[in-house]
Design a binder for this molecule. Structure first.
Ligand code: PEP
Length: 258
């Protein structure tokens, strides 16, 4: 019988927001405000342009255990890829984490499953922790396709991922219709989707890896709804967009998982 022993994660996706001064100030406040919260992993994903400044600033004042991640990389190690950054480059900037498959990369930039897969594999091969984001659109939800879409994105996104990298893989279920809209899945709906996600992980990798893997919820998580979502048995924390841009709300969400 498999048992769950998963450390929760609260991750802040700052997207293309904040100037350098604001990013540094927010990172410092999050670091000092979450110092005692060792039982939840806290990760921030500033814009790539600010990673260096945030990293050096946190090195000065102390990270408080807050880890740094990048919102996107290219999957090749180097070469003629104008405008892109590599996994080694973000590691040089102090990042241990990478987001792949975020809905804005899929639906705004147009990244397809095979590119998401290449980025996920490359991030893991580079030794990073990778948060693979999946989730259905409103149209797909209304057509009753939530679990099927999640399964397709998981199977495609995880193709060829080696088992020895699974401890560095995290899944974020983020229904597209809930991201940045103020609408969120009910705790029951989110739990059902997470349970189905874990079943796909079990089919792909076996029971214990599926039991051990963290599956985050994302989509308009706020201090007032976080605790109910995080109380669900298959929800292991959250990927937070808008509410991660204010230290108070991000820290309140971290508290909600404790
Ligand atoms: C996100 O960008 O991953 C996200 C969940 O955003 P928000 O919390 O603003 O919905």
């Amino acid at each position: 019988m498999s048992t769950a022993n998963r450390t929760p994660i609260v991750a802040g996706n700052w997207k293309m927001n904040l100037n350098r001064e604001e990013a540094v100030a927010l990172a410092r406040t999050v670091a000092s405000g979450s110092k005692g919260m060792q039982s939840v992993e806290r990760v921030i994903f500033p814009a790539a342009a600010h990673l260096d400044a945030v990293r050096y600033s946190l090195a000065e004042v102390g990270t408080g255990g807050v880890q740094l991640g990048a919102q996107n990389t290219w999957h090749e190690p180097n070469g003629a890829f104008t405008g892109e950054i590599s996994n080694e480059m973000i590691k040089d900037l102090g990042c241990g984490w990478l987001l792949t498959g975020h809905s804005e990369r899929r639906h705004v930039v147009g990244e397809a499953d095979d590119l998401v897969n290449a980025k996920t594999r490359a991030g893991l091969e580079a030794g990073l922790h990778v948060v693979l984001c999946i989730g259905e659109t409103l149209e797909q939800r209304e057509a009753g396709q939530t679990d099927a879409v999640n399964e397709r994105q998981l199977r495609a996104g995880l193709e060829g991922v080696p088992r020895d990298a699974l401890s560095r893989l995290v899944i974020a279920y983020e229904p597209v219709w809930a991201i940045g809209t103020g609408k969120t899945a009910t705790p029951d709906d989110a739990q059902n989707a997470h349970h189905a996600v874990r079943k796909v992980l079990e089919a792909l990798f076996g029971q214990q890896p599926a039991t051990d893997m963290r599956v985050l919820y994302g989509g308009s998580v706020k201090p007032n709804n976080a605790a109910d979502l995080f109380a669900q048995p298959d929800i292991d924390g959250g990927l937070i967009g808008g509410a991660s841009l204010k230290a108070d709300s991000f820290l309140a969400i971290c508290q909600a998982v404790l």
